[in-house]
Write a protein that binds this ligand. Structure first.
Ligand code: B12
Ligand code: SF4
Ligand code: SF4
Length: 405
């Protein structure tokens, strides 16, 4: 049994209060089960890569009452993180969400305030609700779709008519009984019974699937994380498969390609940023600055960001990959006028890569070797000879052998 019933009028009051805390969308749903085996199938296919924590918590993800006994309703919240005009918006190097202080912390502050509101104005005890933002075993996109915040596009994202692909999601499970909001309806289908379905407003569009450089969207809405640049640059802590590296282009942390190409972003406006702190300065770091970064610089620049968790070694690994892709795209090139200046700049990059081929953390080394061979195939043997002679790490040796064969 629910703790109290919240009808449409009270619900709108609560919605307004939560919006004024800084969330950009607020929707409510009951616990009509997320009706399918999609998550189980996904894990069975191995699409979760090595995110074993997803596998371990499957049952909870499918049934919120295993997360909190007596839960009756889900409050889904969205935070618009679209930057305004400028580098942060136009750049293609960093996933846009990473150009803020870690949203897990800043959105959490907003969730705490919603918690206080639920206690003070709605009489809940602290054990009668629980909140998460990417931090708990809940299917945030599934619940957001059922609540009518948007629909799950063929890129898997929760897409909002108003905010496009640019909502970060947060979830509150509560024992309050709240009248559910309806899911979205199809356009032009006035007599359709609303039902959350994958690709609901995508129509015949397949841009996200077609434009994914690694073909990671294996069927509409289903993503093989092993192939996804986002997974590889953020979650994978080891060596990145060689066959994927050249397809990363200029992406150093995260990937927004299948989000950026979506036509539903056309209505999206810059976020209010009440629960986000911009760190757009990250977007202006140059490749040389990153390749030369010290541990102290890393700590200072990425303090309290999601990128910090990658550690310097992860960032250097990814930076080696974008360096190895420099000849194929111009995103990281500084604006230099003469050919001589460009050559000098590339020489500096190669010098850093050679240094990194002997970097103290072994995970960086194969990627540095790879990049030197990509940029200077004809003289890489000579440039790397000294470091190769001293190499003992198995994966780095394999990288040399690949290029020598
Ligand atoms: C694991 C994870 C990843 C993995 C795997 C991604 C994936 N597609 O599953 C990796 C590391 C690759 C990743 C990447 C990104 N992620 Co991520 N990720 C998650 C996480 C922690 C779990 C997602 C999950 O359960 N995946 C398993 C699959 C099977 O589930 P699903 O994609 O959510 O959708 C399925 C279910 O909803 C299910 N379903 C079951 N029943 C029902 C019923 C109905 C009616 C419907 C419609 C669906 C449905 O069917 C869907 C399709 O299989 C969530 C946070 C969370 N707790 O939900 C964030 C989350 C999904 N990520 C997020 C973001 C922002 C990203 C990136 C954009 C980051 C970046 N710039 O690099 C990319 C986008 C990649 C993409 N196109 O999906 C946001 C997405 C916000 C939004 N508007 O959708 C989330 C919600 C975090 C947050 N709190 O905001 N992510
Ligand atoms: S995030 Fe990038 S790599 Fe991953 S599915 Fe989307 S376009 Fe493909
Ligand atoms: S790009 Fe097209 S297919 Fe992909 S999510 Fe957006 S509307 Fe749907």
């Amino acid at each position: 049994m629910g703790r109290a019933i919240i009808d449409a009028t009270v619900k709108d009051l609560l919605r307004g209060q939560i919006l004024s805390i800084g969330f950009d969308d607020v929707r409510f749903t009951d616990l009509t089960p997320l009706s399918n085996n999609r998550l189980k199938d996904w894990v069975e296919q191995g699409y979760h890569a090595d995110m074993e924590w997803l596998k371990r918590t499957i049952e909870k993800r499918l049934d919120p009452s295993l997360v909190m006994e007596g839960v009756c309703s889900v409050i889904m919240l969205g935070v618009n993180y679209l930057p305004g005009e400028g580098t942060a918006l136009s750049q293609k190097r960093w996933g846009k969400y990473s150009l803020y202080s870690d949203y897990h912390d800043t959105v959490l502050k907003g969730l705490k305030r919603v918690g206080e509101l639920l206690e003070e104005d709605y009489g809940l005890n602290s054990d009668e609700y629980r909140y998460y933002t990417d931090t708990g075993p809940v299917m945030e996109r599934g619940w957001a779709a059922v609540s009518g915040m948007g629909w799950q596009g063929k890129n898997g994202m929760l897409i909002s008519r108003q905010h496009g692909n640019w909502l970060l999601l947060a979830t509150i499970l509560t024992k309050l009984e709240i009248e559910p909001d309806p899911p979205l309806k199809k356009r032009f289908a006035s007599n359709q019974i609303p039902k959350a379905e994958l690709g609901l407003l995508c129509g015949k569009c397949t841009r996200c699937i077609d434009d994914c450089p690694t073909n990671a969207i294996v069927e509409p809405g289903v993503l093989d994380a092993k192939l996804c640049i986002s997974y590889q640059t953020i979650e994978n802590k080891g060596v990145i498969p060689r066959e994927l590296r050249s397809r990363f282009g200029s992406r150093i942390f995260g990937c927004d390609i299948c989000l950026d190409v979506c036509p539903w972003n056309r209505f999206a406006q810059e976020g209010r940023m009440l629960l986000l702190e911009n760190r757009y300065v990250i977007a202006s770091l140059s490749l040389l600055e990153i390749l030369r970064m010290s541990r102290d610089d890393f700590r200072e620049i990425f303090r309290k960001t999601a990128i910090k968790r990658l550690k310097l070694r992860g960032l250097l690994r990814n930076a080696c990959i974008v360096a190895g892709n420099l000849l194929g795209n111009k995103e990281w090139w500084p604006s230099l006028k003469s050919e001589d200046q460009k050559n000098d700049w590339l020489e500096e990059i190669i010098k850093e890569l050679v240094r990194l081929s002997a970097y103290e953390k072994a995970v960086v080394r194969p990627h540095a070797v790879w990049a030197v061979y990509r940029l200077r195939a004809h003289e890489a043997d000579r440039l790397l000879a000294e470091n190769r002679a001293l190499e003992t790490d198995e994966e780095t040796l394999q990288e040399y052998e690949y290029w020598e064969s």
